[in-house]
Every structure is written in structure tokens, then in C-alpha cells.
Design a protein around this ligand. Structure first.
Ligand code: FES
Length: 143
């Protein structure tokens, strides 16, 4: 019996996506499968990088101009949810003042993503912690 690997991979991908649709919001799937701002800045004013209790690491870099976040990028070795969180969060903080960015909570991020299953809520908490770490790092360079 011959197996068409491409066809099998396509069927598996479709199945995984169908299963995920029953668990995650459309927004989470959109931001996980089509991530925004993924990668690294060639120059960053602040960097946050934290490994959560789940063992996954998220890094967020920010570029700041006139006390406003002009650009932000993230990378993660974590789950699809961490990609969705980094993706959405870097989009939310762009053009925000440092003060407004610091005021963003994991609840805000969850709302923007249309919610997460209980067992994935910690991914949003980790992403927001990483952003705050990046802002702390930025501020440490000012003094
Ligand atoms: S960040 Fe670790 S499970 Fe999502």
C-alpha cells in the first residue's frame, strides 16, 4: 500500500484545525495561524524574556520613540496559544504610550482574543508579564 504523505499531512492539518475550532475562538486561531509581529527587531530599546511554569519561553522586544512603543516583536517556543497571545499583544501595544502599555492586563488580552480555555489562560498572563519585563528593561536604560 502506498501512502501519499502530502495528502496525509493535509488531512491531518484539516482535522487538527477542525478540532481546534471547537476549543478556540476564531480570533485565537487567526492570530495563531497567521501571526503578526513574529520575529526579532534588529534594534530594540527593551527586551523581556520569561520561561513560564509550563516550560515555554516568550520573548518580546519593543522599540520606543517619544515614550510611545513604535514597534514590537515576539518569538516563542511555546504552544499555538502563546503565538496567538504574543501576536495579539504586540499588535495592541503598538502606538501605545509606555504608561498605557503597562496598564494592559491579561484580561484585556483575553478579551481581545475572544477568550481562552481555562487551561490556556496562563499563556496570556505570561505574555503580559513578558511585556512588562521589556518595559522594565527599557526603563532601566534611561537611568
Ligand atoms: S505558554 Fe506554555 S502552554 Fe502556552
Amino acid at each position: 500500500m502506498s501512502v501519499d504523505i502530502d495528502e496525509l499531512a493535509k488531512r491531518l492539518e484539516t482535522q487538527v484545525l477542525e478540532d481546534a475550532k471547537g476549543v478556540f475562538s476564531e480570533m485565537v486561531l487567526e492570530y495563531a495561524y497567521n501571526p503578526r509581529n513574529m520575529g526579532e527587531l534588529c534594534y530594540a530599546d527593551g527586551v523581556g524574556k520569561i520561561t513560564g511554569t509550563c516550560g515555554d519561553t516568550i520573548q518580546i522586544q519593543i522599540r520606543v520613540e517619544n515614550e510611545r512603543i513604535s514597534e514590537s516583536r515576539f518569538i516563542t517556543d511555546g504552544c499555538g496559544t502563546s503565538i496567538a497571545c504574543g501576536s495579539m499583544l504586540t499588535e495592541i501595544v503598538t502606538d501605545k504610550t509606555i504608561e498605557d502599555a503597562l496598564a494592559i492586563t491579561s484580561e484585556d488580552l483575553l478579551r481581545s482574543l475572544g477568550g481562552l480555555p481555562e487551561e490556556n489562560v496562563h499563556c496570556s498572563v505570561l505574555a503580559v508579564d513578558v511585556l512588562r519585563e521589556a518595559i522594565r528593561d527599557y526603563r532601566s536604560t534611561l537611568s
